[in-house]
Ligand binder design. Structure first.
Ligand code: NAP
Length: 287
């Protein structure tokens, strides 16, 4: 099996490179400088040259707040870039693996009542912000296409490298000794190692369509932060605040939970969010 990874310098891209390299897989990894997925000619050229069996697209516009003012920029990567990959994979029997987000849903309190165990894959989408809209636009391109695709929605993505909540909390805690974290937004983290392992299992079962991959359980950002400081043994004062006290440019969901039943029915076991955090902390020490 030959793999091509795009966006290989991002937190998920790096995890894929690490995972596949450890398995001595035939993998070509491209950073944004080596392959810009918004450039259709380059995408076709690289895919023709590498001739992979699977393209794993980790390239994405992920600046959630900036996407509110740079919507075209977000769409060019998250919709048009995906379309370029689809076109290049078409007629070449190449499977396209793509990643999306809980932000394709409204994340409202009303939805918490409707979906107490989280949004299932086929729940009606209603993107909460422009980044979510751009990611949904990429999903629609896949759904419209005739190629073989696997779409993994993740939430609160955290890995040992790159920018994420865990790294940010530890850094801010160290710098200031106190951090303010919202306690009225809940969800569940997706750990990059778990996302990669589970996606590989779904690939080995030759599955396609949409799957949700995040940890089991539900936690607020504030409780997640508390667990991070406890696991790390880092003295930091946690100031619990509300969404109303923490203004962001793009709206954030109060309910972010993804339902994992579809993946579980295929024989995969959801990782407990706290167990996942413990493993992440061990990995962060050694990376
Ligand atoms: N982070 C989260 O909390 C989260 C939550 C839910 C879903 N997701 C989804 O999970 C996936 C992985 O996210 P991540 O956290 O690994 O993102 P990330 O760390 O921001 O990495 C994204 C990578 O894409 C690259 N990129 C941007 N524009 C590109 C282009 N035009 N062509 C090629 N590469 C390009 C970036 O390169 P540069 O750095 O050079 O720009 C970066 O290396 C994405 O699909 C994201 O939407 C993430």
């Amino acid at each position: 099996m030959k793999y091509l990874i795009t966006g290989a310098n991002g937190q998920l891209g790096r995890e894929w490179v690490r995972y596949l390299s450890a398995k001595n897989a035939d993998v070509t990894a491209t950073t944004s400088e080596q392959l810009d997925i918004t450039d259709s000619d380059s995408v076709t050229k690289v895919i023709d040259e590498v001739a992979p069996d699977v393209v794993i697209n980790c390239a994405a516009y992920t600046k959630v707040d900036l996407a509110e003012s740079d919507f075209e920029g977000a769409l060019s990567v998250n919709r048009d870039g995906v379309k370029n990959l689809i076109n290049a994979c078409a007629n070449r029997v190449i499977k396209l693996v793509h990643f999306s987000t809980d932000y394709v849903f409204s994340g409202s309190e009303e939805d918490r009542d409707v979906f107490p165990t989280g949004y299932p894959e086929d729940a009606k989408t209603d993107p909460i912000n422009r980044y979510g809209y751009s990611k949904r636009a990429g999903e629609i391109e896949l759904e419209k296409s005739d190629i073989d695709w696997l779409l993994i929605r993740v939430s609160w993505l955290c890995g040992s490298q790159g920018s994420n909540f865990v790294n940010t909390m530890l850094r801010l805690g160290k710098e200031h000794g106190v951090v303010s974290v919202v306690e009225d937004q809940t969800g569940s983290p997706s750990y990059t190692f778990d996302v990669v392992e589970k996606t590989d299992q779904l690939l080995k079962k030759d599955l396609n369509g949409i799957y949700h991959v995040s940890s089991s359980g539900e936690v607020s950002w504030a409780d997640f932060a508390e667990a991070i400081f406890l696991e790390k043994g880092q003295q930091t004062t946690l100031n619990r605040i509300t969404t109303a006290q923490f203004k962001t440019i793009a709206k954030r969901p109060s309910f972010s939970l993804l339902n994992k039943d579809k993946m579980i029915k295929k024989g995969l076991k959801a990782l407990d969010w706290h167990e996942g955090l413990k493993r992440l902390m061990v990995e962060m020490k050694s990376s």
